[in-house]
Design a protein around this ligand. Structure first.
Ligand code: 16G
Length: 242
């Protein structure tokens, strides 16, 4: 497998060999790699050479290291376009995945000052606080906490929230969603994130805040979500400014 007479550097040959195993499915996402010592012994090369090959593959995001545990084959990431207002369910279906939800919190509560201001609420107005784990083929992808004024969807129930919220409000309530403003920040998984998203404490996550508006400009929802850093990347198309 390794040709010591070849002009190709040994670390490069190891890199190509591991890449080939990933491409052919011999190594699958989440699989652990043999230790550097084992690889060095099986190829009859130095551990330093193995380490260099692995570091290169880590830098290319094909492998990732977990402290104290080993080196693993990376998972495929969803590439999410930052163009067009879509729902989680639509995003998953368009990729051939079955969207799912786990509702972990649902309450009607008095709004905080931030929410009163954001939704221009009056004295008695209440808001829904909804916390859902969003799943793709049963696997957790994100935790979403949404705030919506109760007066917009008076009959919202746990049952409705087990399916697509956007589909329900558009098809059953007749609310027309127009646009959203969204921010994305790097963050580290909290204990709660780690528990629900099957991550280690402190692993990278994306914190996304979305403010969605109806097509007449009135606010619809404020959503704070945590997406798995190992599962998501965002894509935007940008044009040269002249
Ligand atoms: C997306 C939206 C969220 C919206 C949800 C509706 C982001 C960051 N968030 O997850 O604001 O509430 O879709 O999804 O994109 P649903 O219609 O599948 O319930």
């Amino acid at each position: 497998m390794v040709n010591k007479q070849s002009p190709l550097p040994l670390y490069y040959q190891i890199e190509e060999h591991i890449k080939g195993l990933i491409d052919s499915g011999g190594l699958k996402p989440g699989d652990v790699l043999p230790s550097e010592r084992e690889l060095a012994e099986s190829f009859n090369i130095s551990r330093m050479t193995v380490r260099q090959a692995i570091t290169n593959l880590v830098n290319k995001n094909l492998l990732y290291r977990k402290k104290g545990s080993g080196t693993y084959v990376s998972h495929h990431k969803f590439e999410q376009s930052l163009h067009g207002l879509t729902s989680f369910s639509e995003d998953m279906r368009s990729r051939g995945f079955e969207p799912g939800n786990k509702l972990i919190h649902f309450e009607l509560s008095s709004p905080t000052e931030e929410l009163v201001h954001h939704f221009s609420l009056q004295g008695e107005d209440l808001v829904y606080k909804i916390k859902r784990i969003r799943l793709a083929n049963g696997e957790p992808m994100a935790i979403e906490t949404s705030y919506i004024p109760v007066k917009l969807i008076p009959g919202l129930s746990q049952e409705i929230l087990s399916k697509s919220l956007y589909q329900y409000v558009e098809e059953q309530i007749g609310i027309k969603l127009g646009h959203a403003s969204q921010t994305i920040e790097a963050s580290a998984a909290t204990e709660d994130d780690a528990k629900h998203l099957q991550l280690e404490l402190g692993e990278p996550v994306l914190f996304i805040q979305r403010e969605t508006f109806q097509d007449d400009g009135a606010p619809f929802e404020l959503v704070k979500s945590t997406y798995r850093g190992d599962k998501y990347k965002y894509k935007m198309n940008i044009e040269r400014l002249r």
